[in-house]
Design a protein around this ligand. Structure first.
Ligand SMILES: Nc1nc2c(ncn2[C@@H]2O[C@H](COP(=O)(O)OP(=O)(O)OP(=O)(O)O)[C@@H](O)[C@H]2O)c(=O)[nH]1
Ligand SMILES: [Mg+2]
Length: 365
């Protein structure tokens, strides 16, 4: 019988193939003498990350890959990796060699022998640093950190860290409370556990990404905001509804501002003002939707303009369907509220389904 595994290192990947050889070799070296496995959780990277791992795993059975098709998200990937192992201790780290794998034994020792539940690699303690970050990124990270500390009263110095190790029983006790949205799994765990975990913070220097591209973008910031909202009021309102409401409210605000501007500043008649507002609100909506896609799913260059055209045509059909259905129901039942609501429902259903299928060809969340 093979000995049980002590430590599983879960590594989420999206287009990280060129970092993996060095990463695996560095982990092997730093965990010499421990019983461990590495689980890559890959979201169908176009660069062939998963195939690389499977190839490598033929000779090294303690390396394996979970391939998720049609799915995206760092936190949910890590959670699936963590749930797939029987190891007693679960570490999470990035694939791009920014985290210091030499700290893994220290973290393991803190959980095994010092009675801690969670060991966190922190950049914001003496001895740690964020490396060569630009001023802007540093300020954004500090702001996001301060926001989560303020809203949730967190004492951890670096709740945004993506480098940590947790006992599996502590993880399992909280896993059903996790939001699993976006990038910040540690924050999700800490808030969900209501600070009941004994935490050891260990300073480390965040290195520069070795190879490949960063996946940080506006979508990451949006997901972060949704995570905070979900953790605060998720038990009252589903976060997807809040997010839809926020985007919708912005669209309506733009629409109203344009109508007002056309009526008062340009002194156009109402039908023209309303038509201009419909077109501008549509363009705004397209822009916002595109901005909130994952970096590799955004439409750029010529595809941006052809996407915009498709979006407007499809939403035009949605509007016709909206008016058609509403008028049809109104004729038969004569109830204006039900008719309007049915029209909106059909129009929205069409717009959402058709644009995600035909504009962004979005299979992935
Ligand atoms: N499975 C999966 N992994 C992801 C996803 N997005 C990012 N990752 C991985 O999560 C880790 C962190 O992503 P990074 O882009 O390095 O984020 P970061 O370290 O905050 O940003 P940089 O400093 O710019 O590298 C990397 O190993 C990515 O490959 C995703 O949607 N799915
Ligand atoms: Mg990185």
């Amino acid at each position: 019988m093979s000995p049980s595994i002590d430590l599983a290192v879960v590594i989420p990947t999206y287009n990280e193939k060129d970092n993996l050889h060095l990463l695996v070799k560095s982990i092997e070296k730093s965990l010499e003498g421990c019983s461990w496995e590495v689980i890559f959780v890959d979201d169908d990277s176009p660069d062939g990350t998963a195939a690389w791992v499977r190839d490598y795993a033929r000779d090294f059975p303690n390396i394996r890959c979970i391939s998720r098709i049609g799915r995206r998200g760092l936190s949910s990937a890590c959670i699936e990796g963590m749930l797939s192992t029987s190891a007693t201790y679960l570490a999470v780290m990035d694939a791009d060699l920014q985290h210091d794998e030499q700290l893994l034994p220290t973290m393991l020792n803190a959980l095994k022998n010092e009675n801690f539940d969670l060991a966190v690699g922190t950049r914001y303690m003496p001895g740690g640093s964020v490396g060569d970050w630009e001023e802007n990124r540093l300020k954004t990270s500090q702001f996001a950190t301060a926001l989560s500390k303020y809203v949730f009263n967190i004492t951890l110095s670096d709740p945004m860290s993506g480098f940590f190790m947790i006992r599996r029983d502590a993880f399992e006790a909280n896993v059903r409370k996790l939001s699993s949205l976006g990038f910040k799994l540690l924050l999700d765990i800490v808030i969900s556990s209501k600070s009941s975990l004994r935490v050891k913070e260990i300073a480390f220097n965040f290195k520069s990404r070795h190879k490949g591209e960063s996946k940080l973008d506006l979508r990451t910031a949006w997901d972060y905001l949704l995570l905070l909202i979900d953790k605060k009021i998720g038990n009252i309102l589903p976060v997807s509804l809040v997010s839809f409401g926020m985007v919708g409210t912005l669209g309506v605000a733009v629409h109203l501002m344009v109508v007002r501007f056309c009526l008062t500043a340009l002194e156009l008649p109402f039908p023209q003002s309303q038509s201009i507002a419909v077109v501008i609100a549509m363009i705004f909506n397209f822009f916002l939707n595109n901005l909130l896609k994952y970096r590799d799913q955004k439409l750029v260059g010529i595809r941006f303009y052809s996407g915009l055209l498709k979006f407007m045509l499809l939403c035009g059909i949605g509007s016709i369907a909206n008016v058609g259905i509403a008028s049809y129901i109104y004729q038969d039942f004569g109830h204006w509220f039900v008719s309007v609501f049915a029209g909106i429902l059909v129009g929205f259903g069409w717009n959402y389904g058709a644009t995600s299928l035909f504009v962004w060809q979005g299979k992935k969340r």
